[in-house]
Ligand binder design. Structure first.
Ligand code: AHG
Ligand code: MN
Ligand code: MN
Length: 355
């Protein structure tokens, strides 16, 4: 299938042949690890929340929902009003849908068990970053939502669920993100590749526009907050030097792009090839990004797209978590670039150049 063009210029014949997210979930159900109606409904609930969050973001200035709430979250970060709205809408949609046993959110200190009279099939734990890159909301730049889904063994009580749900990312059954950019995209994987859907605002549906996404091997972009350079270990500074070398044959050189919104930086690099890095720094000695709802879901997606994700020494998906809000350094993107980062950080020098 060719990629759909944006906006209303898409011919109606094309529109009819492009599956919506719901049609895709139903028709491809046999490919899902959880081939149940319950799992399909859970994904639908997340996508409904995404549309409501999108609606709020698109009217942010008009509704005066920009700015801070005056409160801080459990991680001492100042909450934005849109952080709260996005968190509330995700919790509401998952509670209303009734397929989820446990929620873990960036904006909530503890996990939230769903109702005690949970249905037998309510075996899913969902971890999410309701609004990623939220400092960008006041300046009309792109933001996102990230989610990660695990299955809990039958019979687990909601109160015991966190201990059971804190599993390595390799055990996720699905993960995805929503990018609220110049268009709104829902990108997800259930372990059978990565598919991207674009919201057609006219009909309120996500349409399959980016089937079977693969990350290009040869990266074109690197993304890191280089203002922290003085805090980087010398091995990382050496890696950045290597990344910037010109290809001696073609003269091509990698480009730098950093929005400060992980979803947006990740999404661009997924489409163009590249590497996103958030290393350990003086301010964030364990890295800044959170394992359960930022690094793990994106690591799952990038591997499904043929890429790689590492903390510099370990595969992200192999890390055994011990806390909901645990942080990790992160190097994620095109496999050869992440391998080169690992080589430098482990004291080995990489071959060739980045391009
Ligand atoms: P969040 O808004 O969910 O707290 O996440 C912010 C994260 C991530 O989106 C982004 O890449 C990073 O913080 C930017 O941090 P710096 O400003 O330190 O570069
Ligand atoms: Mn975030
Ligand atoms: Mn956030």
């Amino acid at each position: 299938m060719s990629r759909a063009s944006s906006g209303s210029s898409m011919p109606s014949a094309d529109l009819n042949s492009v599956p919506t997210l719901e049609q895709f979930i139903i028709t491809r159900r046999e490919q899902f690890p959880q081939a149940t109606g319950s799992f399909s409904r859970l994904l639908r609930d997340v996508s409904v929340a995404a549309k409501i969050i999108n609606h709020n973001i698109r009217r942010a200035g008009i509704l005066d929902v920009l700015g801070e709430t005056g409160t801080v979250n459990v991680q001492d970060e100042r909450q934005k009003k849109l952080d709260e709205i996005a968190d509330r809408e995700l919790v509401r949609a998952l509670r209303r849908g009734g397929e989820c046993c446990l929620i873990g959110s960036e904006e909530q200190p503890e996990t939230i068990p769903m109702s005690p009279d949970a249905k037998a099939q309510e075996r899913f734990a969902v971890f999410f970053d309701p609004l990623d890159g939220s400092t960008n909301t006041d300046v009309n730049a792109s933001v996102g939502t990230i989610f990660s889904i695990y299955t809990l063994p039958e019979g687990v009580q909601p109160d015991d669920a966190l201990g059971v749900a804190l599993r390595p990312g390799s055990e996720q059954v699905a993960a995805g993100y929503v990018a609220y950019g110049s268009s709104t995209m829902f990108v997800f994987s259930t372990g059978n590749g990565v598919n991207g859907f674009t919201l057609d605002p006219g009909i309120g549906e996500f349409l399959l526009t980016h089937p079977d996404l693969r990350i290009p091997e040869h990266g074109a972009r690197y993304s890191i907050n280089e203002a922290d350079r003085e805090d980087f270990v010398p091995e990382l500074r050496d890696f950045l030097g290597w990344l910037k070398r010109k290809d001696p044959e073609t003269g091509a050189r990698i480009r730098s792009r950093y929005i400060g919104s992980f979803v947006s930086d990740f999404h661009r690099n997924l489409l163009t090839g590249g590497i996103y890095m958030y290393p350990a720094t003086a301010d964030h000695p364990e890295g800044k990004l959170r394992l359960m709802y930022e690094a793990n879901p994106m690591a799952y997606l990038v591997e499904q797209a043929g890429g790689r994700a590492s903390d510099g020494h370990r595969r992200i998906l192999d890390i055994d978590p011990d806390a909901l809000h645990q942080r990790t350094p992160l190097f994620i993107g095109s496999a050869p670039l992440v391998e080169a980062a690992e080589a430098f950080l482990q004291g080995r020098e990489a071959e060739g150049t980045a391009r």
